[in-house]
Design a protein around this ligand. Structure first.
Ligand code: NDP
Length: 310
């Protein structure tokens, strides 16, 4: 059975599922525009050309509304799936539905990668790894010992913040529009800060003592839609080292345009997308990210498909 990357399956397609190869899938709602099937199947096809063990590996997409997740996970296990990626709206919901969670993912409170075990699924979160690998590739920046200014307090920001703290950033400042959401995130992070300076503010109340040379990471959705403003006035900050925007569609956001005007190194979220996917594939297959990430990146740069994250 060969299914096109663009084919959207549903839970009903698992009745009588007879794929005999190694099956992987991404679940989301909506899921039609996910780039993950293209990324993974392209990488797997290249690897399989040199290593026959991967000849039957295939990555499918399933449209699973949130109320069906509790049925979908055991059904995919029964059908023999080896691994699952989760995207909106399942990353947090799945935490209570897996049999184990990777300790590094626990403080994030969200999982985007599930790996089959005999008794169920183990949950991982590869988004933070994706960010760390992306800023390393784009700016040569290690999160360790780097001051980070993180914009946003939603799910993606939480994953980024945990990764920054776990990797020993020099300091973490978080700016978010809604003070209550910011405070909730800070409260969740304080127990794992381990002495790393951690503070928050709203973008209209910039502290005067932000460090120069910070890595600015946009984890807000400001920039996704036409007419959005940048989530922070970049020119008012002490000169940052670089600006990474998790958004990649559109490829240029108001924040990235401001970075360009200021002559700052900047990059969009495509590399993070690639590395979170390559890390998931490594969890399932032991194929190193150094081998698969370039294949995934090449698959994305040659596509004209509309995009959505994961
Ligand atoms: P959430 O809905 O959980 O959080 C959204 C965040 O954006 C909140 O902090 C919210 O602030 C803020 N926000 C929304 N609109 C505006 C605005 N107009 N101005 C300022 N702040 C705003 O979303 P996620 O955390 O899941 O995703 C955030 C972004 O990260 C998305 O653009 C997503 O596409 C991207 N992403 C990219 C990935 C990649 O691989 N490249 C992976 C995951 C996410 P408030 O609290 O005030 O509402």
């Amino acid at each position: 059975m060969k299914i096109e990357n663009s084919t959207v399956l549903t839970l009903g397609d698992l009745d009588g599922w007879d794929y005999s190869g190694t099956a992987l899938a991404v679940l989301g709602h909506p899921i039609g525009h996910s780039l993950s099937p293209l990324m993974h199947n392209t990488a797997l096809a290249h690897v399989a050309a040199e290593d026959a063990r991967f000849a039957t590996w295939q990555y499918f997409r399933f449209d699973v509304p949130p109320e069906e997740l509790a049925a979908a996970l055991p059904a995919l296990h029964r059908c023999g799936f080896l691994g699952i990626n989760l995207t909106v709206p399942h990353k947090i919901l799945a935490v209570d539905q897996v049999s184990a969670i990777d300790p590094a993912a626990q403080p994030v409170g969200a999982v985007n990668t599930l790996h089959r075990t005999d008794s169920g699924w183990t949950g991982f979160n590869t988004d933070g790894y994706g960010l760390a690998a992306a800023v390393k590739e784009k700016f040569g920046c290690d999160l360790k010992d780097t001051p980070v200014l993180l914009l946003g307090a939603g799910g993606a920001a939480r994953g980024a913040a945990v990764e920054c703290l776990q990797r020993g950033c020099a300091s973490l400042a978080i700016a978010n529009r809604t003070a209550a959401n910011l405070e909730a995130l800070l409260e969740a992070l304080r127990p794992i800060a381990r002495g790393i300076p951690l503070r928050g503010f709203t973008p209209d109340q910039l502290p005067h003592d932000l460090p120069a040379g910070a890595l600015v990471v946009n984890a807000t959705s400001a920039g996704l839609r036409d007419g959005d403003l940048a989530p922070i006035a970049l020119a008012t900050l002490p000169r940052p080292m670089a600006v990474y925007d998790m958004i990649y569609n559109p490829p240029q956001t108001p924040l990235l345009r401001a970075a360009r005007q200021l002559g700052l190194p900047h990059a969009n979220g495509l590399t993070m997308l690639v590395y979170q996917g390559a890390k998931a594939l490594e969890i399932w297959s032991n194929l190193p990210t150094a081998r698969t990430a370039p294949l995934m990146a090449a698959a994305l740069t040659t596509t004209k498909e509309p995009t959505s994250h994961v």
